[in-house]
Ligand binder design. Structure first.
Ligand code: UD1
Length: 430
């Protein structure tokens, strides 16, 4: 099993290119099979979750060809069956997007119940409520969700919780239903907007994405298109906090600064400078960060996917910070690992009380999930001495070339696979 080994204490300095957003690419790849003409997707991140989804799409018969590392061509005209194989997709939660795509295109879909990060119970009742509202029969049998319908007709759907996945999934299926669908209390995340823009590029008629009311007029078929995925705000935010934790000076390229506003606001509050360009952002952190309070909320609030990373930074802050997780109930599993590095954090319910310490020390820690793993890497980059992060398979699900990009910013970090390689690294960097 691969691990990262990090020698901490080096300020990150330089430029880093941000990849396409994983959480936009997952629904967009799924939706691409809804056209029988060729769809070209650009700026796809080369990360495990995306590659697993591409394999699953191929297995149901779609034709996928790689143009280069970040570009694929997909043709859904050759799809032979609407049942997605469990083995190929069990690792990713976003398998559920194939439900909306297949149901919309073929009026039937069978997809295994989703797996993915272990950050709490993750129901999909709102997705199913939406499918049922537009006329689908939805059952769960042998671990699979089976959805079918004779005729899909537009409906007025009020989501009980603001859900990114449900909003996009319903949007996909409803874009091929007869008549008009209205989704109220819709999620407003940039990836919801990106998925809507993509569907519209294939001929869908979706209005209002990015607000909490989305109006969809069903169309009978989609055509081909070329589409470039939006930059990844969570990958960007992760490097912004890595700069803050290491007192660095990092320029992020290929970002949409507007998407980063909640993160930028927190960096300003804790004493970092953030300069915005047209498609770049520079973070300069010259001193120990200050305390702040954070509460995760749906967009445009502070993202839950950036909660572990800011906690790693606040662990080194001056004073006591309070971080409240209001989206997922099990997102503080990294706290015990950070404590092993000397952090002083107490979790009570959905709140972490962080008493900042002046120094973290390297330790062997284990990554409990994708974003928590990234937070441990941030802590390791700032800590004194060597940190080994186990279970980096979670991190590789969502960060392209994480170690190489950090090395380009001056970090001492390597991917290793044995105790020997760890020792060699320790000897080589002293
Ligand atoms: C997506 C992101 C994930 C991010 C999350 C919130 C992808 C692949 N993943 O996950 O990284 O952390 O948005 O920004 O894009 N809920 C229900 N019923 C449902 C659906 C959701 O109760 O049917 C609840 C969830 O338990 C959670 C909240 O709604 O408390 C938000 O979840 P949701 O926005 O759906 O998250 P995902 O789309 O799964």
């Amino acid at each position: 099993m691969e691990q990262y080994i990090i020698k901490g204490g080096i300020p990150l300095v330089g430029e880093v290119e941000i990849a396409g957003a994983k959480n936009a690419a997952l629904p967009i790849l799924s939706a691409a099979i809804m056209s029988d003409e060729t769809v070209t997707l650009e700026n796809l991140p080369d990360v495990n979750d995306i590659n697993v989804l591409i394999e699953s799409i191929e297995k149901i018969g779609a034709h996928v060809s790689r143009v280069d590392r970040h570009t694929v061509k997909i043709n859904g005209s050759t799809i032979r069956n609407c049942s997605v194989d469990y083995e190929s997709i069990k690792k990713i939660r976003a398998s559920y997007y194939l439900l909306g795509a297949l149901l919309g295109k073929y009026q039937e879909a069978e997809v295994p119940l989703p797996g993915g990060c272990n950050i709490g119970s993750r129901p999909i009742d709102q997705h199913l409520k939406g499918f049922r509202a537009i006329g689908a029969d939805v059952n769960i049998s042998r671990g699979n969700i089976i959805a079918k319908c004779e005729r899909m007709t537009g409906a007025h759907i009020f989501l009980d919780v603001v859900s990114v996945g449900a909003t996009i999934n319903i949007m996909m299926a409803a874009s091929r239903a007869e008549g008009r669908t209205i989704i109220e209390n819709a999620a407003k995340e940039p990836h919801v907007v990106d998925a809507a823009n993509f569907l519209n590029s294939m001929g869908a008629d979706i209005k209002g994405a990015g607000t909490d009311v989305i109006r969809i007029k069903g169309v009978p078929k989609f055509h081909g298109c070329t589409y470039s995925i939006v930059p990844d705000m969570i990958e960007a935010g992760t490097y912004m906090f890595a700069a803050a934790a290491t007192k660095g000076d990092v320029v992020l390229k290929n970002v949409i600064p507007k998407h980063l506003e909640a993160i930028t606001a927190k960096l300003n509050e804790i004493g970092c400078e953030v300069e915005e360009g047209d498609d770049s952002v520079r973070v300069v952190a010259s001193k120990r960060v200050r305390r702040t309070h954070v509460k995760t909320l749906p967009y445009p609030g502070y993202p839950t996917d950036m909660q572990p990373q800011i906690s790693a930074v606040l662990a080194l802050g001056q004073g006591t910070s309070i971080v409240t997780e209001s989206i997922f109930e099990n997102r503080f599993k990294y706290v015990d690992e950070l404590s092993r590095m000397g952090a002083n954090i107490k979790v009570e319910g959905n709140t972490a009380i962080i008493d900042g310490v002046s120094q973290l020390t390297g330790a062997r820690v284990s990554s409990p999930d994708l974003r928590a793993g990234a937070a441990l890497v941030i802590a390791g980059l700032a800590a004194d001495g060597f940190t080994i992060v186990d279970d980096i398979v979670y991190i590789q699900r969502g960060y392209e070339d994480f170690d190489a990009k950090l090395r380009a910013l001056g970090a001492e970090i390597r991917t290793v696979n044995s105790e020997n390689e760890i020792r060699r690294f320790e000897l080589s960097v002293g």
